[in-house]
Design a protein around this ligand. Structure first.
Ligand code: ADP
Ligand code: ADP
Length: 225
């Protein structure tokens, strides 16, 4: 687990207005931070700079006390959970979860141990032999999180993971993500434009507008305004 500190982060695409403009934000070890704001406010860009998928124009990105501006995504040990989960359709749930361990040539017995542990936490024990196509949306989401868990990633990063789901499933997944995050106590940054998610999921909410932080507050403080 790791803290994430952003110091005066700027992102400029081409010569337009900066997509992210002097953002400073400290996310504590184990904290669940929501980034919320209208489309185009810079949420995804910020998330992509944390994970290393986007170059940083200015400022410092510090993860677990180390400046990571020049570090490749694989050296940051963060785990991004995408909207479409990026699961491999031809692989079983077991192999989908094991994938990062296979890449790092982890011995088979350790792979089995870590995947089984993750499947216990995620209640996927019964489904390890299935293919993603035979899972519900919620189960697929859990497989994607399983991949992050086996890697013992420093943090989870979510980019609007629920926006393709119907309202009922979205509600269930909200509860599930929140429960899992608390159980694992892993630092989490979660991007959404959905007010309900913003007000129910996290420890704190960072409101962005036109690339600038408008406010950082707990859901309670926002609610009382
Ligand atoms: P959000 O996630 O809040 O919808 P984005 O981070 O995707 O916002 O976008 C912030 C701004 O940066 C928008 O004006 C968007 O058009 C622009 N932008 C995002 N990605 C790129 C890119 N690859 N090239 C140029 N402009 C981009
Ligand atoms: P979302 O709505 O999920 O934030 P977008 O449709 O804004 O996604 O962006 C999808 C992809 O297009 C992203 O990789 C983003 O970086 C890129 N993108 C967004 N705006 C621009 C832009 N103005 N020019 C080039 N690429 C962009």
């Amino acid at each position: 687990m790791a803290s994430i500190e952003m110091r005066n982060i700027v992102k400029q695409y081409g010569d337009g207005f900066p997509a992210v403009n002097d953002v400073s934000l400290d996310i504590a070890d184990g904290e669940f931070m929501i980034l919320v704001g209208p489309s185009g406010c810079g949420k995804s860009t910020l998330l992509r700079m944390i994970v290393g998928l986007e170059d940083i124009t200015g400022g410092d990105m510090v993860i677990g006390g180390n400046r990571v501006n020049d570090k490749a995504p694989r050296d940051r040990n963060l785990s991004m959970v995408f909207q479409n989960y990026a699961l491999y359709p031809h692989m079983s749930v077991f192999e989908n979860i094991a994938f990062p361990l296979r890449l790092s040539k982890t011995p088979d017995d350790e792979v089995r141990r870590r995947v089984t542990e993750a499947a216990d936490v995620l209640e996927l024990q019964e489904h390890l032999d299935r293919k993603p196509a035979n899972l519900s949306g919620g189960q697929r989401q859990r497989v994607a999180m399983g991949r992050a868990i086996v890697r013992q990633a420093e943090a989870f990063l979510f980019d609007e993971p629920l926006s393709n789901l119907d309202a009922k499933l979205r509600g269930q997944m909200r509860t599930e993500i929140s429960r899992l995050q608390r159980r694992l106590g892993i630092t989490t940054v979660y991007v959404t434009h959905d007010q309900t998610e913003a007000m129910t999921l996290g420890d704190r909410v960072c409101v962005l507008r036109k690339g600038v932080i408008q406010q950082v507050a707990s859901p309670r403080e926002l609610y009382d305004q």
